[in-house]
Design a protein around this ligand. Structure first.
Ligand SMILES: [Ca+2]
Ligand SMILES: [Ca+2]
Length: 263
């Protein structure tokens, strides 16, 4: 089942925190970006890592490029900030996760989940968000990434474009120049929940909530034809498996929270 929604991000997360016993606090680790690697054709991206390893600036207006963690993650919550520090372009920024390839052993396989975000309409490329599961053997064409090409080996898990929701259309779904957004991904074996805040989204909300079966994989950043993109302060929060609460609140529906554990 696929759910695509826009809803306040408050409430559920707060309830989850309040229900967790003190001896099982979730553990948060900062990603050290100096250990990450560029995947895909090296010339497609220019990823400049800060000295402290806490941020990276992608400088190339080129083909699809990935900057990816060395280790796989699953059953975790990832948070961080993203900003485009230029007014000169309007293209794709985003994230990959469950990432298996491309890599040096399998440069021609594309196997990952992709969340992309375009600033403005440009021909067939639409302003807004798309979440896709890519499982492709062989050379990818630009159409796969540029126009959300429909094909057997790419499964669309969610789409949210400017024209699809009147509620927010006056503010736009595209990212704004020089505005920093906060990104959150809850990635588990059973679901994907992506939330954004900042800019026109204010305190923010869910962009996509998708149920399914997902596998561990590397997490990373994605740009296509967009330069001057800075990612910073990315963390991974994981809760011990033993601390998973099932909370019953009087008079309210029964919530069963997702499991977060280390792998
Ligand atoms: Ca453009
Ligand atoms: Ca461009």
């Amino acid at each position: 089942m696929v759910l695509v929604c826009w809803a306040p991000a408050t409430g559920l997360a707060q309830d989850t925190q309040a229900a967790v016993p003190s001896d099982s606090e979730p553990k948060t680790d900062m990603f050290d970006l100096s250990k990450w690697v560029v995947e895909g054709p090296p010339g497609n991206g220019g990823w400049r890592i800060s000295k402290d390893g806490q941020s990276v600036l992608q400088t190339t207006n080129g083909g699809p490029t990935f900057f990816v963690s060395p280790r796989s993650v699953i059953n975790t919550t990832i948070r961080g900030r993203i900003v485009v520090n230029t007014a000169s372009d309007d293209d794709y920024i985003g994230f990959v996760f469950g990432f298996q390839s491309p890599n040096t052993q399998q440069p021609d396989y594309l196997d990952f989940l992709l969340f992309d975000w375009k600033q403005g309409d440009q021909g067939v490329a639409k302003e807004g968000f798309c979440l896709r599961e890519v499982r492709l053997a062989g050379t990818a064409t630009g159409a796969l990434f540029w126009q959300q090409e429909q094909r057997e080996d790419v499964k669309v898990l969610g789409e949210l474009y400017k024209k699809s929701i009147g509620m927010l259309s006056n503010k736009g779904l595209g990212w704004k120049d020089k505005v920093e957004y906060s990104f959150e991904l809850k990635y588990t074996e059973e679901s994907i929940v992506i939330s954004l805040s900042g800019g026109q989204f204010g305190e923010g909300g869910k962009v996509f909530e998708v149920n399914g079966t997902f596998q561990a994989g590397r997490f990373g950043f994605y740009n296509y034809s967009q330069q001057s993109v800075r990612y910073s302060g990315f963390t991974k929060t994981t809760r011990p498996a033993s601390s998973q609460p099932t909370v019953v609140r009087p008079g309210l529906r029964r919530w069963v929270f997702e499991i977060e554990r280390t792998q």
